[in-house]
Ligand binder design. Structure first.
Ligand SMILES: NC(=O)c1ccc[n+]([C@@H]2O[C@H](COP(=O)([O-])OP(=O)(O)OC[C@H]3O[C@@H](n4cnc5c(N)ncnc54)[C@H](OP(=O)(O)O)[C@@H]3O)[C@@H](O)[C@H]2O)c1
Length: 334
């Protein structure tokens, strides 16, 4: 596996997004299957594992702690704070954005315990809590670096302006934001800002939450808890329009000699050397398919045709609904 850089860490060019093992696109997978995926990733050269306090409301960090503890020296561990499950008093946790310094400190303590580690290598603020100045949240993370509890600070779904304000408080090692052929918002300003500041750009949902993979998704039969149900692009109406893009997309993958998921990942790797995609999967065969994208070479002419086929203008539906949009700070196309 080729390597890329996040601050002083040399990480595999493709990392593993671990959310899907505990949360998001259906019920959590069983522990044995999750273990198979995590250990196969290690065996095949993945050295960047991405989790968060939010995922499975702590269960994903607990899973990684249990499975990866014996291998802790072999990889860069990234987690996130500032968005987590909170019990309002009825025993049912709900998702809450809270970037207050005292909350971030407590979340980090909980994460270190769940992850069974002394230090988290890269700790992101999962969302900027707009009720708290970004300088205060990043100041708290900077204190955690000084205390040796985390090594580097990251941000997720922020604008270039917020990134610069944060970077003035403490060097930002990475920005993690959705970026794929069908979600191009980072191209407006954040990719360039990261390049200027020396921050890595970690691309989440890089295979478009499964849309840019092999078989068309069966959106009508998504699990009741599948978060794609709330995303405009996956409503039956918009999905039907987007499906029309797939035959030409699959033809480009055949021409490039790779799978559809590999085409989506290889496109990201070709965009710039500071971009690191973190696909998520519950399946070892899908994982191996994704990782092989690091070796796919794409010709400039094919890249141009690919970008013309799938982009913000050719896709139907917004990536997020109004509520989720109000929680992010990212620039959007006018
Ligand atoms: N910072 C944030 O706010 C944020 C938000 C979302 C996600 N993330 C991070 O980013 C990671 C990845 O994002 P994501 O999971 O939302 O989206 P993604 O990686 O674009 O897509 C995941 C989906 O694609 C399918 N898939 C992956 N590789 C495949 C392959 N080769 N062939 C067929 N299907 C394939 C998976 O299904 P199978 O399980 O069947 O393979 C899964 O349903 C997450 O795990 C998480 O760590 C961060």
């Amino acid at each position: 596996m080729k390597n890329r850089k996040i601050a002083s860490f040399s990480v595999s060019a493709i990392g593993l997004g671990c959310m899907n093992l505990s949360h998001a696109y259906g019920p959590p997978v069983n522990t044995e299957q999750a273990e198979r995926v995590l250990l196969a990733a290690l065996d095949h050269g993945v050295t960047l594992f991405d989790t968060a306090a939010l995922y499975g409301f702590g269960a994903n960090e607990t899973l990684l702690g249990k499975v990866l503890k014996p291998h802790r020296q072999k990889f860069t561990l990234a987690s996130k704070c500032g968005m987590q499950g909170v019990d309002p008093g009825n025993g049912q946790k709900v998702r809450v954005i809270d970037g207050r310094p005292e909350t971030l400190r407590q979340t980090c303590e909980d994460a270190l315990r769940r992850l069974q580690t002394d230090v988290i290598d890269l700790y992101y603020l999962h969302r900027w809590d707009k009720k708290v100045p970004i300088e205060d949240s990043v100041g708290a993370l900077s204190d955690l670096v000084r205390q040796g509890k985390i090594q580097a600070v990251g941000l997720s779904e922020v604008s270039a302006d917020t990134l610069r304000k944060a970077h003035a408080v403490h060097p930002i090692a990475a920005v993690q934001t959705e970026y794929s052929l069908w979600t191009r918002n980072p191209e407006i300003a954040v990719l360039q800002a990261c390049r200027e500041l020396g921050a890595a750009f970690v691309a989440f949902s890089p295979v478009a939450r499964g849309f840019l993979c092999g078989a068309p998704l069966d959106v009508a039969n998504f699990d009741a808890k599948d978060i794609r149900r709330s995303m405009p692009r996956f409503t039956p109406e918009h999905h039907a329009a987007n499906l029309a893009l797939l035959p030409a997309y699959h033809a480009l993958a055949r021409e490039a000699g790779c799978s559809p998921a590999q085409l989506a990942l290889a496109w990201l790797l070709h965009k710039a050397p500071h971009i690191i995609p973190i696909p998520g999967t519950t399946s070892v065969p899908h994982l191996l398919d994704d990782l092989a994208a690091a070796d796919v070479q794409l010709e400039p002419g094919l890249l141009a045709r690919l970008e013309a086929l799938i982009n913000q203008q050719t896709v139907a539906g917004n990536r997020y609904n109004a509520q989720a949009n109000s929680e992010v700070d990212t620039e959007v196309f006018g």
